[in-house]
Each structure stands twice: as C-alpha cells, then as structure tokens.
Design a protein around this ligand. Structure first.
Ligand SMILES: NC(=O)c1ccc[n+]([C@@H]2O[C@H](COP(=O)([O-])OP(=O)(O)OC[C@H]3O[C@@H](n4cnc5c(N)ncnc54)[C@H](OP(=O)(O)O)[C@@H]3O)[C@@H](O)[C@H]2O)c1
Length: 302
C-alpha cells in the first residue's frame, strides 16, 4: 500500500498487531510506530484502551470474526498473538483466510511447540499448521518464558513483593527471554527481512536456576526474595479446563528442561545479543523495590 493516515509520511507498509496491549505487542508497536513508512494498527478487544503514540486503535477480538475484514483492510503484514484457547487453530486459519494473498504473517507461538501434544492433542502444532497452510508468507516465533512475567502482577510480582518466587521448576533452569527481544525479531520478520518460512526458537542468552533468578531479583529490588519450589498442582491454582491442561503441560516441560536450552537466534536475527535478566531487572528496579507490589489475581499463563 502507498496511502497514509500520517501527515507528511508516505506509508509503504500497514501492519496489524493483534494483542497490541500485551507483553510483546507493546514493544512491537513501539518499534513499528517509530518507522515513518509503517502504519501500525493496534488490535485490541477493547480498542479504546489503545493509547500508544502513532498506533491506530483497531477493534480486534477473536470472538468477533465479523469485524476481522475491517481490521485487515489494506494490511500488508499481521502479527498474530496466539490465543490460548482450544479453538485457536481454527480461529487462526479463519483469520488468515480473510487476509490478502500477499500478506505476511508472523505467529507468536511457544518454545518447542511439537513437545506440547500430551493432553492437548497437538494443539500448539495445529495452531502453527494453520499458519503454515495459510498460503501466506509466514514466520513462526517460538519464545521461552518471558522475563516480563516477573514484573507482572497477574503472574509473580505480588509474590515477589512478599519475598517469595513460588515456582515449580523441578530443579531445571530457564533461559528467560525479554519480550522486547521477541518484538525486535517480530519487527524484522513482519517487514520482510528474509525470514519467510522460518521457525525461530527464541531464548535469552543464559539458562538460570530459579535460585539465581530469585537472587538477581532480590539484588535489583533491594529486598529479600527466595525461590520456593512448589508442586505442579499448586502452580495450577486458579486455572481450569483447557488453560489448566495447557499450564500443566508447560510446567512439565519446565521440569524436563525444555526451557533451559539456549539459542542464539535473537542475535542472529537482530545483530545484537539477547538481553540478560540482569539488564531487564536493572530496567525494572522501580517496580521490584519495596512498596510497589499490588494485590491481583495470579494466572501462570496469559
Ligand atoms: N508469557 C510467557 O512467558 C509466554 C512464553 C511463551 C509463549 N507465550 C505465548 O504468547 C502468547 C501471549 O502471551 P502473553 O503472556 O504475551 O499474553 P499477554 O501479554 O497477556 O497478551 C495477551 C493479549 O491478548 C489480548 N486479548 C485478550 N482477549 C482477547 C480477545 N478476545 N481477542 C483478541 N485479543 C485478546 C489482550 O489484549 P486486549 O485485552 O487489548 O484485547 C492481550 O494483549 C500466548 O499464546 C502464550 O502462550 C507466552
């Protein structure tokens, strides 16, 4: 496309970012909006809450397919945040069928998706297959656990504020990845940086035990935090149905060491090393410091 909704700019690429308010959507929209030749449509189920500079709030809900054609109008590339629900493979296939044939698609999937068959009928792979079989140019991102869960009150922030990182690791390490690095990879793939047909396994630069993770958080926040190993069943508290099964499989994969494997994909794609947990925590000292936690419901997945 060559039209523009930005005064003075010639837009050559229009990108729909689904989940624009999410952990990867926020930094991705920021990167794309900084480019004068890119128009960013920020997809959200509540578009009135999309306030990022240079981002066009766009109604997008997996529950409202009638609105998809409007969200996809004139779009050259779409960032698909996989919805973690049982019907995701069909929803993704239906969405992509509504895109123009030349549309480039980047799917946010998860690390080693082929290891997610148990109890979920190969759901993660089927979600990816919907993209592979779409007939569009595609790239699949497979990140490990995001560092951002450590500063998110829906995940671990409140427990950290109380001095504990309660996590079921089975003694395995995690190569935490900064969602900003996922966004940097997604940006390149969306803008056609020769990533078509690639499955990118994304991790941080080092695998850390939960004990080390807790120690680094404690040092950054200036207050004691210790790792408390809990059984998987306790980690599932507050989840039910498909989300519960998916979360169980995720923690079983943590125990098996799936998330301990380090890849160099971020550096290969972006040309700079993946961010360290230490660097992430330095950037988030304020939220980790005493007096900043707040009570909220906890869910280990989105
Ligand atoms: N968190 C991790 O450590 C991690 C690791 C690997 C893979 N992943 C995968 O990455 C994906 C996203 O996870 P996340 O943790 O990044 O989640 P997140 O930050 O909570 O983002 C989820 C997004 O989904 C959007 N959303 C909610 N309901 C929606 C609906 N009905 N229709 C359309 N969009 C809706 C939300 O935006 P609105 O409310 O504005 O619609 C939000 O932006 C999941 O598939 C997850 O399995 C996560």
């Amino acid at each position: 496309m060559t039209s523009s909704t930005r005064p003075g700019a010639t837009v050559t690429t229009r990108v729909l970012v689904t989940g624009v308010r999410g952990k990867t959507g926020v930094p991705l929209a920021e990167l794309l909006a900084a480019r004068p030749d890119v128009e960013v449509l920020g997809g959200s189920s509540t578009p009135s809450t999309v306030t990022a500079d240079g981002v066009l709030p766009t109604a997008f809900s997996w529950d409202e397919p009638d609105a998809w054609p409007s969200a996809l109008d004139g779009v050259d590339a779409v960032y698909v945040v996989r919805p973690d629900r049982v019907d995701a493979p069909g929803l993704i296939a239906d969405l992509l069928a509504m895109t123009a044939p030349a549309t480039r698609v980047v799917l946010l999937s998860e690390r080693a998706a082929e290891d997610v068959p148990e109890g979920t009928d190969g759901w993660a792979v089927r979600a990816e297959r919907a993209v592979r079989d779409s007939g569009r140019a595609w790239t699949i991102l497979r990140p490990g656990w995001f560092m951002q869960v450590l500063t998110d009150p829906r995940f671990f922030l409140d427990e950290i504020a109380a001095g504990e990182l309660r996590y079921s690791s089975g003694g395995a390490s995690l190569a935490w990845i900064d969602a900003r690095d996922i966004a940097a990879v997604a940006e390149r793939a969306l803008l056609g940086d020769n990533r078509d047909g690639e499955v990118l396994e994304l991790t941080g630069p080092e695998a850390l035990t939960l004990e080390t993770t807790a120690r680094l958080i404690a040092e950054a926040g200036g207050r004691p935090v210790t790792h408390v190993e809990i059984p998987i069943d306790e980690a599932l508290t507050g989840t039910e149905g498909f989300e519960r099964e998916l979360t169980r499989v995720t923690f079983e994969r943590v125990h098996a060491g799936t998330f301990a494997v380090v890849t160099e994909t971020v550096e290969r794609v972006t040309g700079r090393p993946a961010r360290t947990l230490q660097g992430f925590l330095d950037d988030h000292r304020q939220v980790l410091s005493p007096g900043t936690g707040r009570p909220a419901a906890r869910s280990p997945r989105s």
